[in-house]
Design a protein around this ligand. Structure first.
Ligand code: ADE
Length: 242
């Protein structure tokens, strides 16, 4: 999958992208993340990319010309024809695992990171095709949200996680929170591991894990249970908990 990222802070991307799973995915040719510095398309001598807002008020606004020039030179003049152009902004639809799956089906995605107090509305109206927020809080820019989106989407691509079922049991993949995990040693500082996990009985382990997921979700995120696909056994278990 290909990503084109448009940003005024290109230096923040490589340290994360060149680590661990995403680096391996790149080496295996599964993802290619190209970072484009919007400032390179600012045509004036000082490479200015922001200006004061019309109508007054505080803060600076990202100018349209360098952003349009950057995007059109990399993606071509009609961004819809090439791939979605997603603006990272607290005003976008709130990112979740369903959106991560949806985006992972695209062969190419372009991400535009907002900075300053905002971006000229004409960028939003005439260039951007989608807007995504990573939650109801405000960051200083869209760079961390872009990395979060790239990470969440990339790990869903076949071959990126070592284990082919790696993303299957994830919290949120099934609409529920994930069950608890344990590894060796069987006893640590006097704390044991649930007996069932040492039993070798896989049917019972699967059932235990499902029940743990259900109980955890009910306790921590009861809102998720309203939408999660539950079978009769799940429902009976949840009723027993109440
Ligand atoms: N830029 C600033 N805050 C953001 C958020 N919560 N999500 C996406 N982009 C942002």
């Amino acid at each position: 999958m290909e990503f084109d990222v448009f940003t005024l802070l290109p230096e923040v991307f490589p340290p994360y992208l060149e680590s661990s799973i995403l680096q391996r995915a790149h080496q295996r040719g599964l993802i290619d993340v190209r970072i484009h510095n919007i400032r390179d398309w600012a045509s004036d001598r000082h490479h200015v990319t922001d200006d004061v807002p019309y109508g007054g008020g505080g803060g600076m606004v990202m100018k349209p010309e360098p952003v349009f020039a950057a995007v059109e030179s990399v993606l071509g003049a009609g961004p819809e024809a090439c791939c979605p152009l997603i603006l990272l902004t607290p005003q976008g639809r709130v990112f979740n695992q369903t959106i991560a799956y949806e985006l992972s089906r695209q062969p190419r995605l372009a991400l535009l990171c907002g900075r300053y107090e905002g971006i000229d509305e004409r960028i939003r109206e005439h260039l951007v095709t989608d807007e995504v927020s990573i939650g109801d809080y405000v960051l200083t820019g869209g760079e961390l949200p872009a990395l979060i989106l790239i990470d969440a989407v990339s790990r869903l691509l076949p071959g990126v996680l070592g284990d082919p079922d790696g993303a299957f049991d994830d919290s949120h993949a099934s609409g529920l929170l994930e069950y608890p995990h344990y590894t060796r040693p069987p006893e640590f500082r006097g704390w044991g591991v649930p007996e069932i996990l040492l039993s070798g009985n896989h049917a019972q382990i699967d059932r235990w894990r499902r029940e743990q997921s259900l109980a955890r979700t009910q306790k921590r995120r009861p809102d998720l249970l309203e939408k999660a696909p539950l079978n009769e056994k799940d429902k009976q278990y949840l009723e027993k908990l109440n």
